[in-house]
Design a protein around this ligand. Structure first.
Ligand code: MN
Length: 738
């Protein structure tokens, strides 16, 4: 390779040389030559060749101590987006491997986002989305280096562009750097952003700072000399820095706390860097011997580090002229971490100080980042830094670039309703990243979602209630049915009530039934029976609550003489009759009869049952409230065929007998969902007697017959299955004709 070709990266190469980390120089040179070729002919607005930008970004990446792949990705980070006619991700992947491609893709996807006029919660979503989208923390590091260089060269851009970029830097990137403990980058981003957002304020504060330092030039120098002498006498190895406040930190104090420049208390500061933690406390003692301390200003961030890993001792003392100043005392390792945050870890890990107690330091990161695969090799260690912070949220864009946070698993319908109720109600379709997608699809982080609406849309469908994930969407859909579908709701509600009357064997005419419902509706403060039917129809009224009230009303005012009651109830001398247990059931008054369990309702121990004498098949045992029983009961001829039945097996707890029960499980389509369900059932030692599945749009219905011990056992099975991921609904199948 000719030296001439590599001239523009000499600086990068020398930065690599002076870092004591091992880099794959051949790979880095290859990445440079490739990027140089791609960007050939492109100029930055400053007039420099474009390649100067990726090189500068790569240099920052080296200074963070990142690995070869990160440096290569930094060099290549703009090629895919800026030179689509020449290259693409696949080409990058083939030439430089998966990781480099992943990083380039990550940096490319984090396109500039408009944060102007956005509310704070919205901006927080943007920050979260950046982290969530990045998948690997190195993507964020490269992006921060990219942003740092863009800010350094922002002066060449037009005014409007400057403002947007500076706002985004201040609201998104600086706080991200802060969260990751990367103080040095954070401060640079804040200061450069401030310069563009409030140039006058910036100049004023900077002028004041320079002025004050100018006037009191001797003040901090004197203190430094004084402290140096003391530390030398105590035989302590130290580094001193006298001027540590940034323009932005002073500016923020003045504006947030509404203080004048002269009121900034800890304007002067001295930073003392020593070798050991013990020396930190020794130096603190020395400082307090030399100067009077200001009460309440001592902070021990060594024993209690800040959430972003920052460690240091802080104290404020009064100097000779009565001027207060802050003293920060820390070890060089703490200092390094204060400046580089998370990135400091692998720098140490790969450098000489491999003995650093990483585990302890990683404590806070482990909450932030998945560090399960802890490894001793620094590069493997890097790989463990996969971002999985916001695993319960998905962040998607609107076509206008707003970021919407949705609970994980939300569908496009949820998205539509989260935009606006009207958008949801008029939704007829949706696009993900410009392509039509089924409305029950789940968008992924960073997807651009567009809802297609139509004014002639018929409104939401009842199925949507089973598809949506958020209660917000569900409520809005119910609301719609309440308003728009009154006639339909009334019909649905009336049918339900009719069925209930039959099932409960509440014998009355249609008119009487209407009277009962009206009476209950009035008691509930409604105008008439239709209001009640409507409430049941759209799901706003609890069915069980109504059922009890209707039964009550019926029992008190409409109940007829229980002609058939005597037949069902055991005769008083039933106890004298022989009781015979048949397959877990005792049937009074009938001897030696074979019983079978009705397939329509599959009664379980613990549930009320009743026997029905069949023609030729012995006694079939039904649930007392089985719909088939109510209809059989309606026929006068059947009156004598009912017999009392009760369980003769444990109705709760352990039991050796098992009974069949039919359930229906509604699930979203996922390859291994059936396996998950079978495993759960196997773990509970539940046999699957039969199973069949049916696909409906975007979901599946699984019909199963399982064997269980009793209703208590059955309920525990149901709740376990209900908790399996992607299971939408589990219900017991009752009353189906067989
Ligand atoms: Mn760039």
């Amino acid at each position: 390779m000719l030296a001439e070709e590599l001239r523009p990266i000499e600086q990068l190469l020398s930065a690599i040389e002076s870092s004591n980390k091992k880099y794959d120089l051949e790979k880095i040179k290859k990445a440079f030559l490739y990027a140089d070729e791609m960007h050939k002919g492109q100029m930055r607005q400053s007039g420099e060749p474009y390649i100067s930008h990726p090189i500068a970004v790569a240099e920052s990446v080296v200074s963070l101590g990142l690995d070869t792949d990160s440096v290569c990705a930094a060099l290549l980070h703009d090629t895919v987006e800026d030179c689509p006619e020449k290259t693409n991700l696949d080409a990058i992947r083939q030439l430089f491997g998966n990781d480099v491609a992943l990083f380039v893709d990550g940096v490319t996807k984090i396109k500039s986002i408009n944060v102007e006029d956005k509310e704070e919660t919205h901006i927080e979503n943007i920050r979260k989305m950046l982290l969530a989208m990045s998948k690997d923390i190195r993507v964020i590091f490269i992006k921060l280096c990219d942003r740092m260089h863009n800010m350094r060269t922002l002066y060449v851009k037009k005014d409007a562009k400057r403002r947007v970029t500076a706002l985004e830097t201040m609201h998104v990137y600086a706080p991200l750097a802060h969260r990751l403990g990367m103080q040095r980058i954070k401060q640079e981003l804040e200061n450069t952003a401030l310069k563009y957002l409030d140039p006058i304020g910036y100049d004023e504060v900077k002028g004041n700072i320079d002025d004050k330092y100018g006037k009191n030039a001797n003040f901090i120098e004197n203190i430094k000399n004084h402290v140096s002498a003391k530390l030398e006498a105590a035989n302590i190895n130290y580094k001193l820095k006298g001027r540590v406040k940034t323009v932005y930190s002073v500016y923020r104090k003045m504006y947030n706390q509404n203080k004048s420049f002269d009121e900034i208390y800890d304007f002067y500061a001295l930073r003392i860097i020593v070798d050991t933690e013990l020396e930190c406390y020794t130096v603190l003692g020395l400082i307090h011997e030399m100067y009077k301390s200001v009460p309440g200003r001592f902070k021990d961030y060594i024993s209690t580090p800040k959430p972003n890993m920052y460690q240091s001792l802080h104290t404020t003392v009064i100097g000779k002229d009565g001027i207060p100043f802050e003293v920060q005392i820390r070890t060089s390792e703490m200092h390094h971490i204060a400046e580089y945050g998370i990135a400091a870890h692998w720098k140490y890990k790969s450098g000489e100080k491999a003995s650093v107690d990483i585990d302890r330091k990683l404590d806070w990161i482990s909450k932030l980042i998945d560090t399960e695969n802890e490894a001793s090799d620094p590069d493997e260690f890097l790989h463990a830094f996969k971002i999985d912070i916001f695993h319960d949220e998905t962040f998607v864009f609107t076509p206008k670039g707003d970021v919407i946070a949705l609970p994980l698993g939300s569908t496009l319908i949820d998205f539509a309703y989260s935009i606006h109720t009207g958008v949801g109600n008029k939704m007829i379709g949706a696009k993900i990243n410009g392509r039509i997608a089924p409305i029950d699809s789940e968008p992924k982080n960073g997807d651009i979602v567009e809802v297609i609406t139509s004014n002639s849309a018929k409104g939401p469908s009842r199925d949507w209630l089973n598809i949506v994930k958020t209660s917000e969407a569900r409520n809005k859909i119910k609301q719609w049915f309440k308003k728009e579908k009154r006639q339909e709701n009334i019909q649905v509600g009336r049918n339900e009530i009719e069925k209930m009357f039959n099932r409960k064997r509440m014998n009355c005419s249609d008119t009487e039934r209407e009277e009962i419902v009206t009476a209950v509706a009035k008691k509930l403060g409604m105008a008439d029976a239709n209001d009640l039917y409507n409430g049941l129809g759209y799901g706003g009224l609890s069915y069980t609550k109504i059922e009890a009230k209707l039964t009550d009303e019926y029992d008190r005012n409409y109940k007829k003489e229980p002609v058939k009651e005597s037949v069902i109830e055991p005769t008083t001398n039933a106890a004298v009759k022989r009781r015979k247990s048949n397959g877990g059931v005792i049937v009074d008054g009938e001897e030696g009869c074979a019983v079978k369990f009705a397939k329509c309702c599959n009664p379980l121990p613990g549930e009320e049952i009743i026997g029905f004498i069949t023609k030729g098949y012995g006694i079939s045992i039904h649930k007392a409230d089985c719909p088939n029983i109510s209809s059989a009961y309606a026929n006068e001829e059947n009156v004598d065929r009912f017999v009392k039945a009760e369980w003769d097996v444990p109705v709760s707890g352990h039991s050796s007998s098992t009974f069949e029960s039919a359930i229906q499980i509604f699930v979203t389509n996922r390859i291994s969902i059936l396996a998950d369900i079978s495993v759960a059932l196997a773990e509970m030692k539940v046999d699957i007697v039969s199973i069949n599945t049916k696909n409906v749009e975007g979901a599946s219905i699984i019909n199963m017959v399982i064997s269980c011990k009793n209703i208590e056992h059955f309920n525990s099975i149901i709740s376990r299955v209900r908790n399996i991921k992607d299971v939408i609904r589990v219900s017991r199948v009752v009353g189906a004709s067989v």
